[in-house]
Design a protein around this ligand. Structure first.
Ligand code: NAP
Length: 284
């Protein structure tokens, strides 16, 4: 039985990658800074992300939890010692073909730096470039539980939100199967939706009309900084990312999820219906 390493295994995508690898019959070694609280499926070996002690594996799923590229040389070096294959989930906003220093936002710059290191590492690599996660809409959950309005900036910003489980399905396919070495897969959900439209879709899915209320970016910044549930260190990164997306060409849907998994990418409506309780509604 092959063993696969999953970094960030308690996270939005990593947890799904672990679950899917287990279902596929693989042995899984997963990293968490708090192994005893990881809550991963039985049989999964949970280790701390100690680079001296990763153990040899067939392949590794890597996401980037850091807010710079600084840890990358050590991490990629450790991967080279312990595996031959890496699937790296890169950050939103990386423009392929541009050097790291030419990328449009700090988040894109450090992810592009990690991509470059991996691509030059000698490892067999695959980069997955997902669009905005549907799970990001949980940032609105408190407002939705409290009323019918979601306040935020860049309501007309178009996105192609993707279900985190679709990213995981592609990750497992590329990690465990042949034919993806040296490939960069752009993953999106099945439709283009502005942020304001996403709020409407969630409303339909939970059976309650919801609407967007536009805030100027500086008011949104103050609102997010005052929100204890939102990581303060991420506020400026998020708003810079939105500004860069607003200046970039509008996003397009790709068929990669369906092409690689054999089933259509999930809709936001279905995702929201499945997460209705998080928005204060009964599951429909
Ligand atoms: N959100 C989006 O729309 C979007 C879109 C495209 C790409 N991305 C990219 O996806 C990545 C985030 O993925 P995700 O949302 O699945 O991750 P996540 O849920 O934010 O975090 C994954 C895990 O990383 C671990 N972690 C956090 N800080 C760490 C640190 N300093 N050192 C070691 N481990 C740490 C945590 O596990 P423990 O606490 O158990 O250690 C956490 O559960 C980022 O690179 C982001 O740019 C996001």
């Amino acid at each position: 039985m092959s063993t696969y390493l999953v970094f960030g295994a308690t996270g939005t995508v990593g947890r799904r990658v672990v679950e899917r690898l287990v279902l596929a019959g693989a042995a899984v070694r997963a990293t968490s800074r708090r192994p005893h609280a990881a809550g991963l499926p039985r049989g999964v070996e949970v280790i701390t992300p100690d680079l001296r002690d990763l153990g040899d594996v067939e392949g590794a799923f890597l996401m980037w939890p850091f807010h710079s590229a600084e840890p990358a040389p050590a991490l990629v070096g450790a991967l080279r010692r312990h595996t031959g294959r890496v699937v790296f989930m890169t950050g939103g906003g990386v423009l392929p073909g541009l050097a790291p220093e030419e990328q449009p936002s700090p988040v894109a710059r450090w992810h592009a730096t990690v991509e470059r290191l991996i691509e030059r590492s000698g490892l067999e690599w695959t980069v997955l470039s997902p669009s905005s996660f549907m799970a990001n809409t949980l940032w609105w959950s408190e407002q939705i539980r409290a009323g019918d309005e979601v306040r935020g900036a860049y309501g007309s910003l178009a996105m192609t939100p993707i279900h985190e489980d679709d990213i995981a399905a592609v990750a497992v396919r590329t990690l465990t199967g042949p034919g993806h070495a040296g490939r960069r897969h752009t993953l999106t959900g099945p439709e283009v939706l502005t942020q304001a439209e996403q709020v409407e879709v969630i409303g339909r899915a939970i059976g309650r009309p919801l609407r967007w209320r536009e805030l100027p970016p500086r008011e949104e910044r103050a609102r997010l900084l005052a929100d204890p549930s939102f990581p303060a260190g991420f506020v400026d990164e998020l708003l810079a990312g939105y500004a860069a997306m607003a200046a970039a060409p509008p996003p397009a849907v790709t068929t990669t999820v369906a092409d690689l998994t054999g089933r259509p990418a999930a809709t936001l409506f279905d995702w929201a219906a499945g997460h209705a309780a998080r928005f204060g509604a009964e599951r429909r």
